[in-house]
Design a protein around this ligand. Structure first.
Ligand code: HEC
Ligand code: HEC
Length: 214
């Protein structure tokens, strides 16, 4: 901090008040231990560097960029560290985090976790209906476990498991393809295996389903 103008500081204070209110309303989701100063620093980074793609409130407008509002704090912090180390390869995200620290990652995680989520209409309801079966029951024949086992019945995930509820379907399909081709972080043995057993049609269907979850 210290670089911010007085106006930015005033704006940040307003956000902190909003965050405090949101934290009260959202209970356990609201990243315990996140300090106001960290959240103010995160707010500065987000509005300066991240909002152009992920939106000023984590609600990215185009499906090319993942929604981050309500995403789990630990998961976000870990992904940012993975982009920085190169464990998760992405030429867009790597330069975004190159100058940021572990403390910044934790603060950004807490900030995004505290942002309110929104309900989005499903683009293809018939496809989403088909995806629901895979989400809740997996595909026994192909050896695919039910997604709910880890991502939760509500799709909110937890700690290091990402929230999928409300995510852009196109982004979800792209991540599943990357897992299937083992192009993502080396540490995700379970998602690599699961995605490699999904057909393209299954990926599209389950992605359509989660995109409409609250
Ligand atoms: C130029 C556009 C752009 C900007 C600016 C940008 N991002 Fe991203 N971000 C992306 C794209 C594209 C992806 C998806 C990468 C992939 O496919 O693996 C992504 C992915 C992410 C993810 C992983 C989400 C998930 O569900 O796994 C996080 C977290 C993230 N960005 C945070 C940030 C933060 C914090 C900033 C600011 C410091 C930022 N991004 C700036 C484009 C951008
Ligand atoms: C054994 C637990 C487990 C099961 C079962 C599981 N996942 Fe995952 N999933 C994870 C973990 C852990 C991650 C985070 C990996 C990482 O850190 O990159 C993840 C990540 C993902 C992501 C990336 C999200 C993002 O924001 O980038 C998608 C998409 C996904 N899973 C979809 C699914 C679908 C669809 C199913 C069911 C077919 C499923 N998962 C079943 C544990 C699981």
């Amino acid at each position: 901090m210290g670089r911010g103008t007085r106006r930015a500081a005033v704006a940040a204070l307003g956000v902190i008040a909003m965050l405090a209110a949101a934290a009260g309303a959202r209970g356990s989701d609201a990243a315990p231990g996140a300090r106001a100063a960290d959240l103010a620093r995160a707010e500065e980074i987000v509005q300066g560097q991240c909002a152009v793609c992920h939106g000023p409130d984590g609600e990215s407008s185009t499906p090319a960029f993942p929604r981050l509002a309500g995403q789990n704090a630990t998961y976000v912090a870990r992904q940012l560290a993975a982009f920085k180390s190169g464990a998760r390869r992405n030429s867009t995200m790597q330069p975004m985090v190159a100058e940021l620290s572990e403390a910044d990652f934790a603060a950004l995680g807490a900030w995004y976790a505290s942002r309110p989520t929104h309900v989005h209409p499903v683009e293809d309801p018939a496809l989403a209906f088909a995806g629901r079966a895979l989400w809740t029951g997996g595909n026994v024949t192909a050896g695919v476990p039910a997604c709910v086992a880890c991502h939760g019945a509500d799709g909110h995930g937890g700690e290091a498991i990402p929230r999928l509820a409300g995510q852009h379907a196109m982004y979800v399909v792209r991540q599943l393809r990357q897992f299937g081709a083992r192009e993502k972080t080396a540490e995700n043995a379970s998602m690599h295996l699961i995605a490699s057993r999904l057909s393209e049609a299954e990926m599209r269907a389950v992605a359509a389903f989660v995109s409409g979850m609250k």
